[in-house]
Design a protein around this ligand. Sequence first.
Ligand code: FAD
Length: 323
Amino acid sequence: MIVSALQNLADPAVHLRENVPLRDCGTFQIGGPARHVVECHAPSALGKVREIFKTHGIPAVLLGQGSNVLFSDEGWPGWIVRYLSQDCKPEPIGENRWRVSAAADLDALAAWACASGQAGLEAFSGIPGTIGGGVAGNAGAWGAQLEQVLERIHGWDPEGKQAIWLVAECQFEYRDSRLKHDGSWIGAIDFRTEPGDPVILEQKRREILSLRAQKHPDWRKTPCIGSFFRNLAPSSAAERRQAAGWFLETAGAKNERVGGAAVFEKHANILVKATETCTAADVAALARRLQSRVKIVHGYNLIREIRYLGFIPGETDGFHTFH
Ligand SMILES: Cc1cc2nc3c(=O)[nH]c(=O)nc-3n(C[C@H](O)[C@H](O)[C@H](O)COP(=O)(O)OP(=O)(O)OC[C@H]3O[C@@H](n4cnc5c(N)ncnc54)[C@H](O)[C@@H]3O)c2cc1C
């Protein structure tokens, strides 16, 4: 019934697909088949899709570009909605205030901002993923986090009711928010910028992209999902977060490998798919080994930043869950 309801939408911004390899849905290029995938490209289309899932009482996992999720080798038996688009056209809603679809690419938004003399987004240059995924996970780099530029978030609450949230209602934390866990869907965001000089902003963007290229793998050539573990909370307000990469490196992480999963040679907090045969089980086993090394050497329990979708052998968080 839900299949025909989605087909009957006949919306060009909605595509229904069956048995889609999850390895094609994320930057790690790992994962078995997803039973049903709905691809959606625009906020209005996402609203119609949300309404259909609400009417049928069927749960769906919402994803963007899958740059922060490890997909199970067994795949996913339920519904996935992928909300992503190549377009990035913020519309003005006031002085230095803009609205953009959460499906848009975060790096494309940063590029637009720099080229058009809008300051405040340059730090997000080169971060893979959609704006929706970025907001849900409060993405950031170089001391900046997305929550700092947000004004309002338009979406659907866990019951499927349309909602507009203020930043204070989203419980933003370091690489986290309420929206990432409670089943809320983000359709569009309002954000603000400051007037800036495009020449200076473009220069900053180039510097950031070049620094990222030195430290991070290019996921198209070396598949990965970014930093695997959260940086450690500071022990006092005066301190900064302590890099998980340092704890991993000094615990000998870079020498570890399980099956086709390895630690990136330039950044110990990034696990990479080193061979075509690398599985999600390899990655998770490597992650557990690294956690145990850091626990032995430093006495810290590293906490995962990325999420697991579906059954991963050796994990106790559940069978077919998003955890
Ligand atoms: C090479 C590399 C470098 C990276 N560097 C950084 C970095 O510097 N800083 C950083 O913060 N991250 C970094 N990441 C991680 C990743 O880019 C971010 O987490 C990104 O914001 C995820 O966006 P996504 O669209 O891929 O989300 P997905 O991976 O698809 O989903 C991530 C989470 O967001 C939720 N979500 C996605 N879209 C929506 C939506 N519209 N509404 C509600 N929830 C949604 C999902 O349900 C899931 O819980 C990096 C990743 C890679 C591969």
